[in-house]
Design a protein around this ligand. Structure first.
Ligand SMILES: [Zn+2]
Ligand SMILES: [Zn+2]
Length: 596
């Protein structure tokens, strides 16, 4: 609709009009007003108190609200001498519209122009630093705030600094600031909870703080806090606690938030209850891009490929946001889990229609799809077409293909490439050891294993865990004897093992890497950590509830086969999540169709 202006509107009237257009995010009419100002010769005045000057600052904000940060910059550059409010409007526009580096550069220019940081520019700069996660600059910004005696204890400034420290991984600084500030609000609590939630092993701290926030004297919670804490429960697969938080979300009506809803979808999916995940998604009154991605990931993890493809169609129709790189990662994961090569190629090609450059994770997924299907030449061609240096995970994906299809020559090529990358973590070392072993270069495999030991790199220990009714998590390692009910656990496994053998199960000892004799091999496979956790499940989880077990590494072929027999002889359902996907074992069959 065209804008109708009074024949000679006063600058104040124009200011008010622009403010309301800006609040409504009305770009077409906002631009008409901008054009009118230019045509009628209303050039911005250099006096910051003049209405025309204020008008120019409102224009910067209008473009910011309409996600056009470079138009904000244009409007700013038209100012003969920008005031501190114009600088802050521009920095805020760049920061909130995903241009953090440019926002920081502008912040530096502002300082160089002799203007001090203020309560408005400091949070924008802190937010930008949080986005690019620059730990050293974050401390500098904090000192700057102190130097200009900006009260870092002002609750808004403090929350933004705290959030910055948490997102840059400087948790000790975040904690110190949190303890120092006299007044905390829900944003400062949430920022610290978020910080702890980001790091594996600090979930405990996050939960502790969350409980404190709910106590009298805490500040309560908001949708951001709840969604953080649900993510903590999802990452640690704490279903019991997660469901309690779900009830709290319901009671506080925060369950309508798309952020909370998306986290709940991930929680139920990661805990193996995919139907609950789908139900949460269906009941969401409002969905954002994250919600669609969460439900696609749930379908990917549980191998529901046609459901995922239909949902992607639905997403293109209903979701106002375009699919992003995570959406495509979910789709490629679906294809990889189901062995769908042509669909994988299609989705990979479709990314460019949405202007998304595939990153190394997308390439790894594509190489995985091709490698598993035995299309190793095409997998190599894909790697060679990469515009950036292939990462460890890309070569790892190729190697999985080589191992499955016994291609020693390609494995040797991949091994050399992994070696060239230089090994750091245990993942890369193991990758190299396996690459040499797959290529039949045993001497080099042994050497790589020795190098790994010499450098003190340990192979990641296989862990399996099971959460029982009271929310208590029981963790096992292979051959574990430390659990209080160990006698019973070994007893029940022995007993079921006899029935399994009677049905035709034969232990496949080729999955044991160590050089031990036959009986020892059979024993160590029989007591892999997931088998012990399932043993406890047989004792402590009442039928017909499924036994839900999580594992940090990939399940071995023998355990996979054994669990199929176990469900057939016991009539139980076992849901096992390994580091790759979910396996739902029922009556001797696994939902992955033995493709994992
Ligand atoms: Zn195993
Ligand atoms: Zn399976």
């Amino acid at each position: 609709m065209a804008l109708h202006l009074h024949p000679s509107p006063t600058p104040y009237a124009l200011c008010n009009l622009l403010l309301s257009l800006s609040a409504a995010g009305d770009l077409p009419r906002g631009q008409q007003l901008h054009a009118h100002l230019l045509k009628s010769g209303h050039t911005p005045s250099s006096s910051p108190s003049s209405p025309l000057f204020i008008l120019s600052t409102h224009l910067i904000t209008l473009y910011s609200r309409c996600s056009l940060p470079l138009f904000s910059l244009r409007a700013f550059l038209d100012l003969p001498s920008p005031s501190s409010s114009s600088w802050s409007a521009l920095i805020s526009s760049l920061s909130r519209n995903s241009l953090p580096s440019l926002a920081l550069l502008t912040f530096r220019r502002m300082l160089a122009a002799g203007l001090p940081p203020c309560d408005r520019t400091l949070p924008s700069a802190a937010k930008s630093l949080a986005t690019i996660s620059d730990p050293s600059a974050s401390a500098a910004l904090h000192s700057l705030a102190l130097k200009f005696s900006l009260s870092p204890y002002n609750v808004f400034a403090a929350s933004s600094l705290l959030d910055m420290y948490a997102k840059c991984g400087r948790l000790a600084d975040a904690r110190q600031l949190f303890d120092e500030i006299p007044e905390r609000n829900v944003v400062s609590w949430s920022a610290l909870i978020y910080g702890y939630a980001q790091f594996a092993g600090l979930e405990h701290e996050a939960l502790h703080l969350f409980r404190a926030a709910l106590q009298p004297g805490g500040c309560g919670v908001n949708d951001f806090t709840l969604s953080c804490i649900v993510r903590v429960c999802a990452a640690a697969t704490l279903l019991e606690l997660g469901s309690q938080v779900h009830s709290l979300c319901f009671k506080t009506a925060y369950d309508v938030s798309p952020f909370v809803g998306s986290s709940l979808v991930s929680l139920y999916s990661k805990c193996g209850l995919v139907d609950n995940a789908y139900q949460v998604f269906h009941e969401m009154p409002e969905r954002n891009l994250g919600s669609w991605n969460a439900v696609l990931m749930a379908s990917a993890q549980h191998g529901h490929s046609s459901l995922a493809f239909n949902r992607f169609q639905e997403m293109q129709r209903l979701c106002p946001h375009s699919p992003n790189f995570i959406t495509f990662l979910c789709l490629l994961t679906v294809c990889s889990h189901a062995g769908l090569v042509s669909e994988g190629r299609q989705y990979f090609a479709l990314m460019s229609n949405y202007g998304i450059e595939p990153n190394s994770e997308h390439y790894a997924a594509m190489v995985d799809i091709l490698g598993r299907a035995g299309k190793l030449k095409e997998a190599i061609a894909t790697i060679e077409s990469m515009p950036v240096t292939p990462t460890e995970s890309v070569w790892g994906a190729l190697l999985t293909g080589c191992r499955l299809h016994g291609d020693m020559e390609t494995a040797a090529y991949a091994a050399d490439k992994v070696f060239d990358l230089g090994c750091e973590g245990s993942g890369a070392h193991m990758l190299l050891v396996n690459a040499y072993a797959t290529a039949g270069r045993y001497a080099e495999a042994a050497e790589a294993r020795k190098a790994m030991r010499d450098r003190g790199v340990r192979k990641e220990t296989g862990l399996s865990w099971l959460e029982l009714d009271q929310g208590k998590v029981h963790t096992f390692v292979s051959g574990d004897r430390s659990h209080s009910r160990m006698e019973e656990i070994y007893g029940v496994l022995e007993e079921v093992g006899k029935k399994m053998e009677a049905m035709g199960y034969v232990a496949d000892t080729s999955w044991v890497g160590r050089d031990v004799d036959g009986e020892e091999k059979r024993r160590s496979v029989g007591y892999h950590s997931e088998r012990l956790a399932i043993g406890l499940g047989l004792l402590a989880v009442a039928p017909p509830r499924p036994i839900r077990v999580m594992k940090n590494l990939r399940v071995c072929g023998d355990c996979h086969n054994a669990i199929k027999y176990l469900t057939k002889c016991t009539g139980r359902t076992v849901i096992l999540r390994d580091n790759r996907r979910f396996h739902r074992f029922e009556d001797g069959i696994c939902s992955c169709g033995d493709y994992w």
